[in-house]
Design a binder for this molecule. Structure first.
Ligand SMILES: *Cc1c(COP(=O)(O)O)cnc(C)c1O
Length: 373
């Protein structure tokens, strides 16, 4: 198998989706699987659907086009406001999109009419993250405009938290969002199909005891893919946090004199050197670097200490003298490392699949693994 590569355990992604989907379903909330961190990888998207995601969402049109090319036919929503220049392509591959700008919605409507379609619009409202969103006081008027515009239909209202700003939403904020949805419906005399309350950062709120109000959907990427709460970084109980492993190959081993100076120009990386390597530690160079992933987002395997990295090299000190040139090392990844590795042209994606039939999916049988690519 070629290195560097990302190994993807589809079984774990399916299981993670199923676990979170069941817990949310018990609270009246559906799960939309977000594929942007894996660049719309069709097999990973399919694992989300097999695990019970009611639909898929991605931020980039090109990823949605990949999914369609691979034959994924279920609902796919564009969760980043469409570019005006892409309106025509958006209505062709997406059932729905998240929107904040009337000019874009008008272009989607015109494109939908030309393509003999009706495009569903979900209005994103600003609830404190200060990234995208319509100000709450403008929501009712804009909803009304969308409802009156031929070519588009108002499918729902959504909010997003903890992306630009790191605060997870609390119960009071979620109640405020719910109330805003009900108010908007009353003002516009309509009943909305989708009320999407946020992303993986909403899970502590969703699993808490309080009312989930009007929210009937969450858009989940990181929680499903990595099994962690993005705000605290803590693993989510019952979920796999190792569905992805980044594998790199050792290209040099030596014993250059310790201590190994860390490039002080990069204080963030200096911090990562958790313990000084022992005097007779061996230095390893791996064929992976900043061009392949977010090196800061890799967990060092036990017995290894991070020394430094450049565009194409990762330097470690190891207490495991058995590792030689040509040996592979395996790293756990965080969201940023995963996202960059999946987008890097030199990092291959290797799928580990179990061979359980659709009927026995989720059964705890030992399954034979098969490398596809
Ligand atoms: C990225 C994104 C998500 C998914 O976020 P995760 O933290 O990966 O669950 C949901 N909604 C929007 C608008 C996003 O941009």
């Amino acid at each position: 198998m070629s290195t560097p590569r990302i190994e993807v355990d589809l079984h774990k992604i399916r299981q993670n989706t199923q676990t979170v989907m069941k817990r949310l379903a018990a609270r009246g909330i559906g799960t939309t699987g977000v594929t942007k961190a894996v660049c719309g990888h069709p097999a990973i998207a399919q694992a989300m659907l097999d695990g019970g995601a009611s639909g898929l969402a991605d931020a980039r049109l090109i990823n949605v086009q990949e999914l369609r090319k691979a034959g994924i036919s279920g609902p796919i929503t564009l969760i980043r406001t469409p570019m005006l220049s892409q309106a025509d392509q958006v209505v062709q591959v997406c059932e729905a999109s998240y929107n904040t700008e009337m000019a874009v919605i008008a272009a989607l409507a015109a494109a939908a009419i030309q393509n003999d379609k009706v495009h569903d619009v979900i209005l994103m409202v600003e609830m404190g993250d200060l990234r995208e969103g319509i100000m709450p006081e403008h929501l009712a008027a804009m909803s009304q405009q969308v409802m009156e515009m031929p070519g588009v239909a108002l499918e729902g209202i959504a909010a997003n938290f903890a992306c630009l700003n790191s605060a997870a939403p609390d119960a009071a904020e979620m109640t405020a969002f719910s109330d805003l949805v009900s108010e908007t419906e009353a003002k516009c005399g309509t009943s909305l199909q989708t009320v999407s309350g946020g992303n993986s950062a909403n899970l502590p709120w969703a699993f808490g005891g309080h009312s989930t109000g009007r929210i009937n959907d969450l858009r989940l990427g990181e929680a499903i893919l990595l099994g962690v709460d993005p705000v605290s970084g803590n693993p989510i109980a019952g979920m796999y946090d190792d569905a992805f492993v980044l594998v790199a190959e050792i290209i040099e081993t030596d014993t250059k004199p310790a201590p190994h100076p860390v490039n002080s120009a990069d204080p963030a990386l200096v911090k990562r050197r958790s313990a000084p390597p022992c005097k007779d530690a061996t230095r390893l160079i791996l064929a992976i670097g900043h061009q392949d992933t977010d090196i800061q987002g890799l967990s060092m395997p036990a017995g290894n200490v991070f020394i430094g990295a450049t565009s194409d090299h990762l330097v470690l000190a190891t207490n495991l003298p058995t590792l030689g040139v040509g040996a592979e090392m395996r790293f756990q990844v965080n969201y940023s490392a995963l996202m960059h590795a999946m987008a890097a042209p030199d990092v291959n994606t290797t799928l580990l699949c179990d061979q359980t039939s659709p009927q026995t999916r989720g059964a705890k049988t030992a399954s034979k693994r098969l490398a596809l690519i």
